[in-house]
Design a protein around this ligand. Structure first.
Ligand SMILES: [Zn+2]
Length: 368
């Protein structure tokens, strides 16, 4: 993070990017987007649609990822189960939530059959994939590590082995609201016996724990009950935007102490204070990649190095251009971060770590 780049020319070639959080199958199966198409093409097909707030504004497709040299990502399965007294949208039973995630997996598998994507489950596959992306082969498959955002769809802990066998390599126990295994964003409470048993099984299987979305009480209880590998796939800093969805400096330091990585996220309301959904615009609120850099900087300052931060854009997490940085039209614009980091005085080595190296080293260490 210190020192000026002596040879800016190295950035003329686009840098390989790792994105630690994308909800690709949710977009395919619930937003009905054919992600093999260009972003422009998907937008055209959504003209006049009003069923989702981000219609016609999407920023992610496999095509755009290739254009931006984003050759590897963590891609989610996601399905919430809601109790009778929970007002959040979700499935009425864990079995339905499980079935939803299985449909999402079937889409990833069909993308593999079509050579659009490839699943990464171990170190050998990871290294082979990275080698492939160094070649100039046309239309390279996007590598994905399968993750589960919110564990409600795990009917009971025995289902985690099934998911592992399907390739699941990361899991976040919570999403929004009270969940079966932990309390998530906009709720407050602990992890309970079910949560503790899930953590044991996560650790036994060697799955990476994603601490994103855990409320403060569940976060700290998790730290007491788990000592395996962990990351926060998409999380910003509470010191910059004061909301409980963001991590305090103390939480960030805990993740750093456990050799974890934090992926900074590009949802506008987590980047600037006082964002009003549906009212604020990226232009009116002055949202740009600069706030992403502020979050990166903050984490690097807490760590004293650039070894614990990466990108977890969440650019298809239920929002699009209307709620993202003004200087991001598609996910390919993540390439702009390279120059922005350079302008802030980050060394070429540190830029590489942030854009891909930290998460890749983490996977090399923690995948079997
Ligand atoms: Zn999320």
């Amino acid at each position: 993070m210190a020192g000026n780049c002596k040879n800016p020319k190295i950035y003329d070639i686009s840098m390989f990017i790792f994105d630690a959080h994308l909800d690709l199958s949710m977009n395919a199966m619930e937003w009905n987007r054919d992600l093999t198409r260009s972003v422009e093409d998907i937008r055209k097909g959504e003209q006049g649609m009003t069923d989702k707030p981000d219609r016609g504004n999407n920023t992610v497709s496999l095509d755009a990822m290739r254009k931006g040299n984003i050759g590897l990502c963590v891609a989610t399965q996601i399905a919430r189960y809601v109790h009778k007294d929970n007002a959040l949208p979700g499935w009425k039973s864990p079995q339905q939530a499980w079935a939803q995630t299985q449909g999402q997996l079937a889409w990833y598998k069909s993308m593999e059959d079509a050579k659009e994507m490839v699943q990464i489950t171990n170190k050998t596959q990871l290294d082979a994939h990275l080698e492939l992306w160094k070649t100039d082969k046309e239309k390279k498959p996007i590598g994905y590590l399968l993750s589960l955002e919110g564990a409600d769809s795990i009917i009971d802990v025995s289902y985690l082995q099934r998911s592992y066998d399907q390739g699941l390599r990361a899991i976040g126990p919570a999403h929004y609201g009270p969940g079966t295994y932990a309390h998530g964003t906009n709720s407050s409470g602990g992890i309970g016996t079910k949560g503790r048993n899930l953590l044991k099984e996560i650790q036994r299987l060697g799955i990476i724990l994603d601490v994103t979305h855990l409320c403060d009480i569940s976060f700290w209880e998790t730290m007491v009950n788990y000592d395996g590998p962990l990351w926060a796939s998409h999380n910003n800093c509470r010191a910059l935007v004061n909301h409980h969805r963001q991590f305090t400096d103390e939480q960030i330091k805990e993740i750093i102490a456990r050799k974890g990585i934090i992926g900074v996220v590009l949802d506008a309301w987590m980047m600037v204070p006082n964002w009003e959904r549906g009212v604020s615009t990226p232009q009116s609120a002055g949202v740009s990649l600069q706030q992403m850099l502020d979050n990166i900087d903050h984490i690097c300052q807490l760590a004293g190095n650039a070894n614990h931060v990466g990108i977890g854009s969440d650019l298809d997490g239920g929002f699009g251009k209307e709620q993202g940085p003004a200087d991001v039209d598609t996910i390919a614009d993540l390439q702009k971060c390279v120059h922005l980091l350079e302008n802030r005085g980050y060394s070429p080595q540190d830029i590489e770590k942030i854009m891909n190296g930290n998460f890749i080293s983490f996977l090399r260490e923690n995948l079997k």
